[in-house]
Design a protein around this ligand. Sequence first.
Ligand code: MRU
Length: 331
Amino acid sequence: MKWAGGPSGRLRLLDQSLLPARVRWLTCRHPREVFSAIRMLRVRGAPAIGVAAGYAMVLAARRCSTLARLGREGAVLAGARPTAVNLSWAVKRMLALRTLDAAALLREARAIHAEDADACRRIGLAGLPLLRGAVLTHCNAGSLATGGIGTALAAVYEALRRGRAPRVFSCETRPLFQGARLTAWELSRAGADVTLLVDAAAAGLLASGTIGSVWVGADRIASNGDTANKVGTYAHALAARANGVPFYVAAPRSTFDPSIRTGREIRIEQRGAEEVLAPLGRRAAPRGVPAWNPAFDITPARLITAFVTEAGVLRPPFGPAIRRILNTGSR
Ligand code: MRU
């Protein structure tokens, strides 16, 4: 993701919905174009949609004559996807400037982007000592999903930079195949050793003793550590626990939501049935059969070995550890 030009510039987004078949950049000049790019997963991954929302607010301010209007634009944008807290967090941060000055807003959007890149780098450094043996990951929590080198994949990138090549098993991640289309794409381009598996094969792989640790990102983390992430994450956490494999959640502080106590309060985005019934645009089920399609699930804190954040590694009990990192430094 790139901002092109100064305060009157535009947002350029790599259209992730077309990968890996096509590498196409979208140009957004209107906040509603960013809204629809977020909604249609052209840009996705919690930190990346937070960064995109920051830039969208610069585009919005150019069209708003009052702060109240900008507030309404922000509310629309924040509603594009309900589960990833980084989206509403970034909108609130932009509105907190209480200005329509595009130059000031662009400085803040760039700061959100740079801070996210820095958080990814620190997550990679904090995670590196925990990376032993092969990694299992789900969905895409790499560079495509953030403003930097990713969260769950940051330690893998850090290892690669040091000449190590950890083996990564990427679950294909139904129904939208972020693991197959995006994680496999970015890791193979980076020269990593990546192998795909269907989501349902993960438990057997964990039982086989091949995997040293499981790494996932997060869309929203409650005060007690309950974590919303891509649907299927919970099953991997259960299988990891049953087989004694450490389960790590890597996320920046902007993904923690201190306003909610437990995962029960997290709203899970429900997406259209067609994603399940016709995966990749090809009908797989008979017409007339309904589908249940939650985009995320909640992994209870008790199944998480540690959170890997830019402020360090958090171990249970998570409540006090989360409060400590959110009370130190800016969020
Ligand atoms: O629906 P998506 O593709 O936006 O879901 C993304 C995930 O679940 C990621 O794991 C999460 O946002 C963390 S990305 C660093």
